[in-house]
Structure formats: structure tokens, C-alpha cells
Design a protein around this ligand. Structure first.
Ligand SMILES: [Cu+2]
Length: 272
């Protein structure tokens, strides 16, 4: 009889387990960090989430236990502790200590994120409706980065239902290229409206504001391609101005700079 009752729940659990295996490819997490600041943000996120989980179990555990153990059918009488100074001090001081313990590392990370001093290179990032311009201060390079996903795929005019690119809406014609393990300072501004230069895996999210230059920085610790998007609603094509950062080894970066320089138009003849 008991077995019969258990059959449905065990089947349900079995289904859950098998589907968990098939969903293993779907990651429910923040993207893996690729810079120390992104790692700090990741650690803070999980650290503070754990604090919340512990508080949740303590509060709800105490509440449900009290409801169960001191129910009226057992003849429980409510305790009276109004104006209890000791309790009021405890429930003020404990949350205060918890909040300060969370705010301390969060503030330290925020301050570090804003400290772009001692950088190895500087790139000026200018936002435009709806593209990004990059000017390499040391290497003398300058280019504009546009969305590379074909318009046809976006509108699905001619090929409705056709599979989209792997990096649909997150691919550009001219990615930003930076060397690995170098502190890159970004000077971010805008030419028209407020935009946001946001690459989560590098731990940067900074507004580009017309008339102001805001700085941000990152040190990419992994070679690879990192993608982001404009993070501030900036008009009709806000969704179509992605950011792609390619992190290369130092030698590959130097090679890329040479190639780009060769592609640039020769400087205009000077006036005599
Ligand atoms: Cu924008």
C-alpha cells in the first residue's frame, strides 16, 4: 500500500534527475569572470547571497518552529517581552554588524574599480548612436566598431525561421583588441546621448556621457573573446551596438597593431 503511494513522487523525482542531466549544458550563473574586478564582483555576489540564505533559514526556521511548538492546541501562552532593552539592542546591533560586514568588501571593490591609476595603456571609447569609436592613445590607432550581424537575420525578412549566428547581435566588424595581463584604462565619453560600455566578464560597466570623460579599467587575465552591450537605453538602435573585446597575448597584440597600422591611410601631406 505504502509503495503504491510512493510511486508517483519517486517517478516525479526520477524525471527531475534525468532532465537535470539533459539540462547540464544550460548554465544558470553569472558569466565566468576574466578580470580581477569581475572575479571580485562574482565573489561578492555569491558571498552576499550565502549571507541572505543563512538569514532566511534562521528567520523562517525560528518562525515555523515557534508556530508549530507553541500552537494554541497545546495550550501555549504568548510570552510578553515589550520594552525589553536587551532584545532591542541585540536586534539592532546584529543586523548592523551583518550590513557593515557586507558593505566593507563591496565598498573596497567599488573603490578599486574606480582606480585607473598605473595603467599600461589607454583607449578612448566614444559612444555614438549606435556604434563605438576606439582611439588607442599609445599605438595611434583609431577605428569605429559596428554591429556585424546581417540586417536580414535581425528582421528575418527573407529567411524567417532560419538559424541565427552563434553570436547573434553580439558580433562586430572591428573588435577592440587588448593584450592579456595589462592594465587597460578606458576613457569613456559620448558624442550624442548617454550610452554604457558594459562587458560583464571584464567587470566594466561605465556610462559614456556627452561632455564628460569617465574612466574605467580592466586587466584581462584570459586570452579570448569577451562580449558586451550598450547598457543605457540610447535610442532606436540601442540593442544593436554590441561590444567585442579580443584579448591576445602580448606578441599577438604587437602583431595586430602592426597590421592595423599598415591598413590605416597614410598621414595627409603637411602644409608648407
Ligand atoms: Cu548606446
Amino acid at each position: 500500500m505504502l509503495l503504491k503511494h510512493l510511486r508517483a513522487p519517486s517517478l516525479f523525482l526520477l524525471t527531475l534527475c534525468t532532465s537535470a542531466a539533459s539540462f547540464a549544458d544550460y548554465m544558470v550563473d553569472i558569466l565566468p569572470p576574466a578580470s580581477p574586478m569581475a572575479q571580485n564582483a562574482y565573489d561578492l555576489h555569491f558571498g552576499i547571497l550565502m549571507v541572505c540564505v543563512v538569514i532566511f533559514f534562521i528567520v523562517f526556521g525560528a518562525m515555523f518552529w515557534s508556530i508549530y511548538a507553541h500552537r494554541r492546541s497545546k495550550g501555549a501562552k504568548a510570552a510578553q517581552f515589550h520594552e525589553n532593552t536587551a532584545i532591542e539592542i541585540v536586534w539592532t546591533v546584529v543586523p548592523l554588524v551583518v550590513l557593515v560586514a557586507m558593505a566593507w568588501p563591496a565598498t573596497r571593490t567599488m573603490l578599486e574599480m574606480k582606480d585607473a591609476s598605473g595603467s599600461d595603456m589607454t583607449i578612448k571609447v566614444t559612444a555614438l548612436q549606435w556604434r563605438w569609436q576606439y582611439d588607442y592613445q599609445q599605438d595611434g590607432l583609431s577605428f569605429i566598431s559596428n554591429l556585424a550581424t546581417p540586417r536580414n537575420q535581425i528582421d528575418e525578412r527573407e529567411q524567417a525561421g532560419k538559424a541565427k549566428n552563434e553570436h547573434y547581435l553580439l558580433e562586430v566588424d572591428h573588435p577592440v583588441v587588448v593584450p592579456v595581463n595589462k592594465k587597460v584604462r578606458l576613457l569613456i565619453t559620448s558624442q550624442d546621448v548617454i550610452h554604457g560600455w558594459y562587458v560583464p566578464q571584464l567587470g566594466v560597466n561605465q556610462y559614456g556621457i556627452p561632455g564628460f570623460i569617465k574612466d574605467a579599467w580592466f586587466t584581462a587575465t584570459k586570452v579570448g573573446t569577451f562580449r558586451g552591450q550598450c547598457s543605457q537605453i540610447c535610442g532606436k538602435e540601442h540593442a544593436y551596438m554590441p561590444i567585442v573585446v579580443e584579448v591576445k597575448s602580448e606578441a599577438d597584440y604587437a602583431k595586430w597593431v602592426q597590421e592595423e597600422k599598415a591598413k590605416m591611410p597614410p598621414p595627409a601631406a603637411t602644409m608648407r
